[in-house]
Design a protein around this ligand. Structure first.
Ligand SMILES: C[S@@+](CC[C@H](N)C(=O)[O-])C[C@H]1O[C@@H](n2cnc3c(N)ncnc32)[C@H](O)[C@@H]1O
Length: 345
């Protein structure tokens, strides 16, 4: 069965239509969210299905589900074929669960009512510079996730889904063999360190996080076969960070915090490093000027979620200077993250 309209070029919209699409961007977020929540892409893995059949399976209103899928097909997510059945498209494939490159968990987190309420308060963040999260939900993001197991699960699954693609590009972009002991500060479940230790059998490491010592971290280390070379340490990086490393990693940690707090974390690292070793910050680096960069949109999420920010080269240099470090190099990787190498001064 050939797909109708699946490969036709989309005509260049007028400026007004282009803006209308942008104005309705939030509609598309919700369309994708509902499709992900109903696991429509999983149901189409074995071939096209019509909306009635899909509606019976997912317990939805048949006509409303058809309209959802038709709207998604209009932006290239799913496609209705000549038989009136919907099928996967290259974009829709990423809404399947359990596949490399899945964005299903991320789509669900972004569209969930709690996340939606925060995004709806962006004006508050722009007026005050403060996180809309606290304004909308009455507590900060860490407290909220600690109190709501379902939201925490969605958040962690979303983070894991895209951080999985960051590991290999980071490991291949840098020579970690020069180190003996690496400490991953705010290392979460230890996926980054596990990947490094797996690649470099001579290295040892420590994952340091508020909640490092848990089953998820242990199972990641076990899976990579590095448990005997990696310690899990619980602690607060604002108070103290374990010494004894010759490299300290901060991956996607500093962007959660404003400059004052980021400098406090850097100073903690500086104390732990006692004047030697390397600090490796793994983050997006926002390019100058108007060029399109997804990081500029992620930056707005950091503003509303935690009051953090994605930083440019000069902004990293400024916080590193204040934290007692010299910026040595910025190494791009094959993923959106760069490796920012710094030395204590
Ligand atoms: C955005 S996650 C990044 C996790 C991991 N580095 C990664 O790239 O997937 C930020 C991490 O910082 C940890 N964290 C937050 N506050 C902390 C604190 N005060 N001390 C230690 N870890 C903290 C969180 O628990 C979380 O694992």
């Amino acid at each position: 069965m050939t797909a109708k309209n699946c490969s036709e070029d989309i005509k260049q919209p007028s400026q007004e239509i282009a803006l209308m699409h942008m104005i309705h961007g939030s509609r598309i977020t919700q369309l994708i969210y509902v499709a992900a929540k109903l696991k429509i892409a999983d149901l189409l893995q074995d071939g096209p299905k019509n909306s009635e059949e899909l509606a019976r399976t997912v317990d939805a209103h048949p006509r409303a589900l058809f309209r959802l899928l038709r709207a998604l097909a209009s932006v290239g997510i799913f496609c209705e074929n000549e038989a009136g059945c919907f099928q996967l498209t290259p974009l829709a494939k990423h809404l399947q669960t359990g596949i490399p490159g899945s964005l299903a968990a991320y789509a669900i987190m972004v569209g969930e009512p709690w996340s939606w309420r925060v995004e709806g308060e962006l004006l508050y963040s722009v007026r005050t510079g403060k996180p809309a999260f606290t304004h909308a939900l009455g507590m900060d993001v860490h407290e909220y996730l600690n109190n709501d197991a379902e939201a925490a699960k969605q958040f962690n699954e979303a983070m894991t889904s895209f951080s999985g693609h960051e590991l290999a590009p980071v490991v291949t972009a840098y020579d970690f063999s020069q180190f003996k002991t690496i400490i991953d500060v705010g290392g979460g479940h230890g996926a980054m360190l596990a990947e490094i230790l797996k690649t470099y059998p001579g290295l040892r490491g420590k994952v340091f996080d508020l909640r490092a010592v848990d089953q998820a971290a242990r199972s990641i280390l076990d899976k990579q076969g590095v448990t005997d070379r990696c310690e899990l340490i619980n602690g607060d990086f604002f108070k103290s960070i374990p010494g004894g490393g010759d490299a300290y990693i901060l991956k996607r940690v500093l962007h959660d915090w404003d400059d004052e707090q980021a400098v406090a974390i850097l100073k903690s690292c500086h104390r732990a490093m006692a004047g030697s070793g390397r600090l490796l910050i793994i983050e997006r680096v926002i390019p100058p000027g108007n060029e399109p960069d997804f990081g500029k949109l992620v930056d707005i999420s950091m503003l509303t979620l935690s009051g953090g920010l994605e930083r440019s080269r000069s902004e990293f240099k400024a916080i590193l200077d204040r934290g007692g470090f010299e910026l040595a190099d910025i190494i791009p990787t094959q993923c959106p993250l760069s490796l920012i190498e710094a030395r204590p001064v």
